[in-house]
Design a protein around this ligand. Structure first.
Ligand SMILES: [Zn+2]
Length: 317
């Protein structure tokens, strides 16, 4: 029998998903969502973004949402911060991981954080220094969230050499973890293969997270390729909510429920119950009736003969 492998699925819908929809999910419903995801078995969540409320009113309640998530002792809580000020708040709130978005595309970086990629790396270095200052034991891990890695709606092609350059810079700046994000849904399996081939040997074991959007239906094939390269942590959003306000057309993270279904079928243990995820979609539907919800499983239903156990057993025999 094959050795059971683990894969981590981080729910990012409360951050990536909600920042791209026009309505504002009430704090109470965000907490319900966190509760439902936790009950379904999700142990990694990116729940908020520390950005000025006037820029992103959807994230104005970051402190309260983070505090709620931290009530679960074994939940790894991540927050996104675009700058030093946000990092200060996130560290004070006590999150386990901070992800700073560093766009490899110059055009996207300017639109998103009004800094060039190289300047953003310098901000990242200052965030690292602040972390070392405020958190002597390094409990809060710093993730360099490289975005628009596989293409950009504003700039078009993003050369692999540019990605390699930024990977070396963030490692030098003290990144604990490097994540590659297909912010705009440009990535194709062939490209993902080529990029990971080049980047993994460079990344000193720190490139461990992939973040795919399903804009062109490629998120799951891209995940398959990333798995072959040893990546075992993936971001996803319930009902495929997601996008980026500065990347037009970049709709939809990969749907958490579809990703979990695929990973479990391959013999990866995620600890997450697909049916409970499907049930949790109703929270989004009730709180944001206008939001577009994606997901093949939700539309087709689970296969008639499906049971979590048989799905896994077939894969590990
Ligand atoms: Zn995203």
């Amino acid at each position: 029998m094959m050795q059971k492998r683990h894969a981590t699925v981080q729910e990012v819908g409360m951050r990536d998903g909600l920042q791209s929809v026009s309505g504002i999910m009430p704090t109470h419903d965000k907490k319900r969502w966190i509760d439902a995801a936790y009950v379904a078995g999700v142990r990694y969540m990116e729940v908020a973004s520390y950005v000025p409320a006037k820029l992103l009113p959807q994230m104005a309640d970051a402190d309260e949402v983070v505090a709620h998530a931290l009530t679960y002792g074994d939940l790894t809580v991540t927050a996104l911060v675009p700058n030093l000020k946000g990092a200060e708040k996130a560290l004070a709130a006590g999150v386990h991981r901070i992800v700073a978005p560093i766009s490899v595309s110059v055009a996207h970086s300017m639109a998103n954080v009004r800094k060039t990629p190289a300047d953003m790396v310098e901000e990242f270095r200052r965030i690292r220094e602040l972390r070392d200052d405020m958190d002597k034991v390094g409990r809060t891990k710093l993730i360099a969230g490289l975005s628009t890695v596989f293409g950009c709606t504003l700039q078009g092609e993003v050369p692999l050499e540019d990605v390699q350059d930024i990977v070396l810079r963030v490692l030098d700046a003290g990144s604990d973890i490097v994540a590659l994000a297909d912010t705009t849904g440009h990535a194709t399996p062939g490209q993902v293969d080529r990029f990971f081939d080049a980047l993994i040997p460079q990344a000193q074991g720190k490139l461990t997270i992939a973040h795919f959007h399903d804009t062109r239906g490629m998120a799951l094939p891209n995940t398959m390729i990333a798995l072959q390269h040893g990546i075992h942590e993936f971001d996803a959003s319930l009902a495929g909510l997601g996008g980026c306000p500065h990347a037009p057309g970049a709709t939809g993270n990969v749907a958490t429920e579809d990703l979990v279904f695929m990973l479990e079928s391959l013999g990866y243990h995620t600890g997450i119950d697909v049916q409970q995820l499907l049930d949790a979609r109703s929270i989004i539907q009730q709180a944001l009736p206008q939001a577009v919800m994606y997901g093949s499983l939700a539309h087709a239903g689970l296969p008639k003969a499906y049971s979590k156990q048989s799905n896994i057993e077939k894969a590990v025999v």
